[in-house]
Design a protein. Structure first.
Length: 365
């Protein structure tokens, strides 16, 4: 072969190499641009659900369906292999936004960064209120809606146990696909742990004989006050009354015994009507908790405050605070002051309402 032909052949080969390099460089630039460029075609607050068995092509079709037009399927496959996401996309619901790139999306799906929802069990909420709130929690799957309380506890693995007080008040996070039973199992386990810890730390001189008794008393303390600094004081009052054989005489237990019949007012006849939860007519603790006590209430009952007070009543000034008394005479005087403040406050409200209705009040137009 002549030198001239060889030179021409070399030139062609060099040209091909240059063209291949240029094509490779262009392809690399296109790929990296695709992988890291925000997906501006996405709408804000878009979500995508990866279901069990979804492959990368299936997920890509779902991405197309929600508006992702960027990238060829081959580019998505290469990127998934680069990130180690191929075959490892985790089941769940994912939040997508226009500032995310294909790389961001695949990393999120590889690592299972799913949308998390929150549900809070409030301290002092009873089982009826808790179940009503759970029924409204979206997107929590509803599996307990048709179960009565006995069937609910059986479904949770605790047949024969009363559900009141058994679920720890705190915020629980869940993902789409979780059910109300899943959440309640976690709340039950959390209460079990908190109760075990409080029982282990209890005052050795406590009159409470079992963890269940501690849970019952903690639920009463929870309902009696929203003032953190008073919980141990109130627990101390109840502890001393139990030790002395005195009735607890606490209104929240009477209200719980009234159930749906309670209309917001507790009357003298309610205090005199005997039910298993009426601590004015029956000695000792009621048969079950009356609400879900928080950790603070459990700890207050475990370590009640020292003192000699046997009575307490609300101050009546709107603060939620209580007056603690050692003797019945002191307590009756505190009750009289409370009644006076209550009547004065109601009279002021009536006067303000009358003034507003006649157009003479400061808020009248």
């Amino acid at each position: 072969m002549s030198r001239k032909v060889l030179r021409r052949l070399g030139a062609v080969v060099l040209l091909l190499i240059v063209m291949a390099a240029a094509a490779g460089f262009w392809a690399w630039q296109r790929y990296t641009g695709f992988a890291d460029r925000p997906l501006s075609s996405l709408q804000p607050d878009t979500t995508l659900l990866v279901e069990r068995g979804d492959s990368l092509p299936v997920v890509l079709r779902k991405l197309r369906a929600v508006g992702v037009g960027e990238g060829h399927q081959a580019e998505w496959r290469v990127l998934a292999r680069e990130l180690g996401a191929a075959g490892r996309l985790q089941v769940g619901e994912y939040a997508l936004s226009p500032d995310m790139s294909p790389r961001d999306i695949l990393i999120a799906m590889r690592d299972g960064r799913v949308v998390r929802y929150a549900f809070t069990i409030l301290p002092g909420r009873n089982i009826r209120e808790l179940r009503t709130a759970l029924a409204k929690a979206d997107p929590l799957r509803q599996e307990a809606a048709d179960l009565d309380d006995a069937a609910l506890m059986a479904a949770l693995g605790h047949p024969g146990q009363h559900p009141e007080g058994r679920f720890l008040p705190e915020t629980y996070h869940y993902t789409r696909g979780d059910s109300d039973l899943d959440l309640l199992r976690r709340a039950y386990a959390a209460m079990d742990k908190a109760l075990d810890e409080a029982w282990a730390a209890r005052d050795p001189a406590s009159v409470l004989k079992t963890p269940d008794e501690m849970l019952i008393l903690a639920s009463i303390v929870e309902k009696e006050t929203g003032i953190a600094g008073e919980r141990a004081q109130i627990a101390g009052v109840f502890e001393r009354r139990l030790a002395a054989g005195m009735k607890l005489q606490t209104d929240p237990t009477v209200i719980y015994g009234l159930g749906a019949a309670y209309d917001g007012n507790i009357r003298r006849r309610d205090l005199q009507t005997d039910t298993p939860y009426n601590t004015y007519t029956r000695s000792g603790l009621p048969p079950t908790p009356i609400a879900m006590p928080g950790v603070d209430a459990l700890q207050a009952v475990a370590r009640p405050a020292d003192g000699d007070a046997l009575y307490f009543v609300a101050v009546g000034d709107g603060s939620g605070r209580h007056v603690f008394s050692r003797t019945l005479a002191e307590h009756n005087a505190a009750v009289a002051r409370y009644v006076q403040r209550y009547r004065q406050a109601r009279a002021a409200e009536r006067a303000a309402a009358q003034a507003q209705s006649t157009g003479t009040g400061p808020e009248a137009p």
